[in-house]
Design a protein around this ligand. Structure first.
Ligand code: GNR
Ligand code: NI
Length: 174
């Protein structure tokens, strides 16, 4: 189990555009495993490779909405390699987003409600699916990371500056 360090704002690596994975090999599968361990340790529902300092287009997501009889979330990690948005719905939806790279800050972000996405799995096989709900939101948030975009880029400058000021204050207090 390898829990990696998560890169936080204002680290310039979060602004890097990640490179497509050329071949899905054991090194990529190890990265997926480490990213999944890191996501669970940080209690996130998604993670992009650049958040652990690796500029490759690799995403892991587990919404963890299912619970077992004891109320413990049932883990169902999913890996998305070279995820690509093929089309989006005209309909928008708003969700209070957070980001492990901007700890404990939340803001409503409006995005297309649905998106059609293509990706490779850890065997290098291609998949294509129409996503909706939180999975659609999370996937768009993670693909943004692969392009050096953060959720705070989708809110007003005033809201963004408030969020970053609050984060700075909380870091100082800690
Ligand atoms: O844990 C996370 N929660 C979340 C909530 C709403 C929209 C997107 C997310 S992703 C985030 C983890 C993260 O920072 N992924 O990049
Ligand atoms: Ni994020």
């Amino acid at each position: 189990m390898a829990v990696l360090e998560i890169v936080e704002v204002p680290d310039p690596r979060l602004r890097v555009v990640s490179t497509a994975v050329e071949s899905v090999d054991d090194a990529i599968r190890q990265l997926v495993t480490d990213m999944t361990d890191t996501m669970y340790a940080a209690k996130g529902i998604g993670l992009a490779a650049i958040q652990v300092g690796v500029a490759s287009r690799v995403v892991v997501i587990d919404l963890q909405t299912e619970e077992d009889a004891d109320g413990k979330p049932i883990r169902a990690p999913h890996a998305y390699i070279n995820p690509e948005i093929l089309s989006v719905s005209d309909e928008l939806s708003s969700y209070s987003e957070g980001c492990l790279s901007i700890p404990e800050q939340y803001a409503d972000v409006e995005r297309p409600a649905r998106c059609r996405v293509r990706w490779l799995d850890t065997d290098g096989l291609a998949h294509e699916e129409e996503l909706d709900g939180l999975l659609s939101t999370c996937m768009q948030h993670e693909i943004d990371h692969c392009d050096g975009i953060l959720f705070i880029d989708h809110v007003s400058r005033l809201k963004r500056e408030m969020l970053l000021r609050k984060l700075a204050k909380q870091r100082k207090a800690a």
